[in-house]
Design a protein around this ligand. Structure first.
Ligand code: G3P
Ligand code: CA
Length: 267
């Protein structure tokens, strides 16, 4: 039977799948990272979750961009947070990738929420550059406010390398999940299990280079999923899935979907 697009089976929006294919900055191998086309392609590739980076403009609008400075992934110059949203929105964030994406804008977080609502899980990474001492007017409020406005509390996971973010998010809205991005300086000698106990996050995130065998065991014992970034090679994908990692961030979600699908189907 041939299904129309609208009739196609929608992916289940749940964090409790045994393995999550996470599109790192969207499908960033086939479109400029952290742009709407990259996010749309991640949805089309059948990823379970999109990961993106969010920071604030000088007039406090959450926008989606990875680097603190503009030059590598747009035609702007200088520090993103020094400019108002109007200026940020006038930049071209696609030409650096290819002519086909010329004129692509740096997305507003609201645009992404609108695009992904009820379609795919979303991991919003709050960049440390935008986290301020003052918790009351910070980026955490802006982001949570929008997630609530869109009614997406169940669909979103907020992560950060800055551990101050978690308590703030929990206080603003306990329904929104948080993920701890392992940061050696802030962790001191604490193990992942101790970090989970301290910060009460839903998940533990680390790079493939940081990951330790004992961390996998520890997290399994306490029922905390480990999500590992950024993996694009098939061999490493396979090896991590076999070790029981609960999710992988990849610039190539289509490949990860294929590799994980095969492995998990054959047990
Ligand atoms: O959230 C995982 C990963 O995206 C963290 O590193 O530098 O790609 O934001 P980065
Ligand atoms: Ca990120």
């Amino acid at each position: 039977m041939h299904l129309q697009n609208s009739e196609k089976k929608k992916p289940a929006l749940t964090f409790s799948k045994p393995f999550l294919v996470i599109a790192h900055r969207g499908d960033s191998i086939s479109a400029p990272e952290n742009t709407l086309p990259a996010f749309q392609r991640a949805i089309d590739a059948g990823a379970d979750m999109i990961e993106l980076d969010v920071q604030l403009t000088s007039d406090n609008v959450p926008v989606v961009f990875h680097d603190a400075t503009l030059e590598k992934h747009s035609n702007g110059f200088g520090v993103l947070s020094d400019f108002p949203v109007k200026k940020i929105r006038s930049l071209d964030a696609g030409s650096w990738f290819s002519k086909a994406f010329a004129g692509e804008k740096i997305p507003l977080l609201t645009e992404v929420l609108e695009l992904v609502k009820n379609r795919i899980l979303l991991n919003i990474e709050i960049k440390p550059e935008s986290v301020t001492e003052n918790a009351d007017s910070g980026i955490e409020y802006k982001v949570c406010e929008l997630v609530r406005l869109f009614g997406m509390e169940e669909q979103v996971l907020i992560s950060s390398f800055d551990y101050r973010v978690f308590e703030r998010v929990h206080n603003i809205d306990p329904a929104i999940k948080t993920g701890l991005l392992y940061n050696r300086e802030q962790s001191g000698r604490l193990s992942p299990a101790e970090l989970m106990q301290t910060y009460q996050t839903f998940s533990f995130h680390c790079s493939r280079w940081q990951l330790r065998k004992k961390w996998i065991k520890e997290c399994r014992q306490i029922g905390v999923p480990i999500y590992v970034y950024t993996v694009n090679g098939r061999r490493t994908m396979r090896s991590l899935i076999k070790k029981g990692i609960a999710g992988i961030f990849s610039d190539k979600p289509e490949r990860l979907k294929e590799v994980s699908g095969r492995l998990l189907a054959t047990g």
